[in-house]
Design a protein around this ligand. Structure first.
Ligand code: SF4
Length: 455
């Protein structure tokens, strides 16, 4: 599951009263929680800046800034009840083919832009939705066209998200053949009843079935995602989940805590007054901590607040690291998010509007936001804080800023709450802070963005 494709909610920014900056209360999992994937909040991005974004894309960019390509494949077999991404479950094969034509067409348009021409791709990320939903033939054809427009032989990473039930032996071979180095399997849970109850399309047998195929193809890194706190989870099922995740023997295990942003099926049920057995934040943190301890004992170590990687594994997560360090990113596909020369950009979120723009040879831009230098700094600070550790020297060199001085009040406050430690060289989240990293980040937002709607 990528963090890049929040379903577009074209609602105006709604400023709520600023919350008290304490993270100590017992917390119910309420509708409206967010996973912080970008800054400033999406609700502040503006349609009237789309023309400026186009001018930025048509102007030279800094060739020294790493460049990535995000490809959004917005199809899923079913919509999971906790999902908040832009996905379609009703498109037949010709419609999927039509979309893939547009996607390749968009990358071709990008390849001719002044900001892109001549630059090498550092990484490619297939996200969704479910990239593995498309057939092997569609994958090969699309990638052939993409590579002709923008060669990716020099890229350090090609990452690909997969849903276990969509994989066949030959599709895994096709995924490897196109050059994927990092395969991320959206397991979410190993217990069949929980998978069914939460609307997942796959079953546990399919998770096990694809394991030998994946091993056989020798991807540089295989990650599995699991979520603490799906509806129906108990201590007993969670322990079983963690044991099976370890037994799966992936190179990396990512543990999310279940969120309930506004646009999930669960959220709409709750807002209509339905009672759902959703674990509270304290329980989810305990489950998350248990997973981290068990994974540590099994030879994994922390790579971010969510991800544990086998000790000594050489591969890093290039996409995550580069996005969190402010790289340029082509966001291709319906509703996709990109970033160029200090400007956030989002594509048209509607199926017809997106496809029509490409048919007419136009960039499918919907809204954008120009970041001020201090906002770029804050963006990188909060995203990098998700790794659990920040080096002050990085910000000194890149922005000429002393982050410890700049963020002195929230740093002191969060230190007082036991969430982090800091000195003039670094900021380090404590285990307690790591387990609730996303809830801490808004404390570092500019006052104008604090308490505002996120999407
Ligand atoms: S697999 Fe489920 S959670 Fe993932 S994008 Fe599709 S509907 Fe959303």
């Amino acid at each position: 599951m990528t963090t890049a494709m929040l379903e577009d909610k074209e609602k105006p920014a709604q400023v709520r009263p600023e919350p008290a900056t304490t993270h100590l209360q017992p917390e119910k999992t309420d509708v409206g929680s967010v996973f912080v994937s970008n800054y400033p909040p999406f609700s502040f991005w503006r349609e009237d800046l789309a023309d400026e974004a186009e001018r930025v894309l048509r102007s030279p960019a800094d060739p020294g800034t790493p460049l990535g390509l995000y490809l959004h494949i917005p199809f899923c077999r079913k919509r999971c009840k906790f999902c908040y991404f832009k996905v379609y479950t009703d498109k037949n094969a010709p419609m999927v083919g039509r979309y893939l034509e547009s996607l390749a067409g968009e990358v071709e348009i990008y390849s001719r832009l002044e900001s892109i021409r001549g630059r090498q791709l550092d990484f490619i990320y297939f996200g969704g939705g479910t990239p593995s939903f498309i057939s092997s033939a569609q994958l090969r054809d699309t990638v052939g066209r993409l590579k002709r427009a923008m060669p990716w032989e020099g890229a350090r990473e090609v990452a690909f998200e997969a849903e276990p039930g969509t994989l066949t032996q030959s599709k895994v071979a096709a995924i490897r053949e196109i050059g994927v180095t990092r395969l991320s399997l959206g397991v979410q849970n190993f217990v069949d009843q929980i998978l069914v109850d939460n609307g997942r399309a796959h079953c546990s047998k399919e998770i096990d079935r694809c394991r030998p195929w994946i091993r056989q193809h020798g991807f540089e890194l295989v990650n599995i995602d699991i979520i603490a706190g799906l509806v129906g989870e108990t201590w007993q099922t969670w322990k079983e989940n963690v044991a099976r995740a370890i037994d799966y023997d992936a190179d990396s295990v990512t543990v999310y805590q279940m969120e309930l942003p506004f646009n999930t099926t669960y959220s709409s049920h709750i807002l209509k007054g339905e009672k759902l057995p959703v674990a509270d934040w304290k329980t989810k943190r305990e489950w998350n901590e248990y997973a981290l301890e068990q994974l540590s004992a099994a030879g994994y170590q922390l790579s971010s607040a969510y991800t544990m990687v086998k000790k000594g594994h050489p591969a890093d997560f290039v996409y995550r690291n580069q996005v969190w360090q402010g790289c340029d990113l082509i966001g291709a596909g319906v509703a996709s998010f990109g970033h160029m020369s200090g400007m956030h950009i989002q594509n048209q979120p509607g199926w017809n509007a997106y496809n029509q723009h490409i048919d007419q040879g136009r960039l499918p831009l919907k809204r954008a936001l120009r970041l001020k230098p201090h906002e770029q700094l804050t963006r990188e600070f909060i995203l990098q804080l998700k790794t659990g550790r920040i080096q002050a020297e990085y910000f000194e060199k890149k922005f000429g800023a002393d982050i410890v001085q700049r963020f002195d009040p929230p740093l002191r406050e969060l230190r007082g709450q036991g969430m982090l430690e800091f000195d003039r060289h670094s900021v380090r989240l404590t285990r307690r802070g790591l387990l609730q990293a996303d809830q801490l980040l808004p404390d570092f937002y500019d006052a104008a963005y604090r308490g505002a709607r996120y999407t």
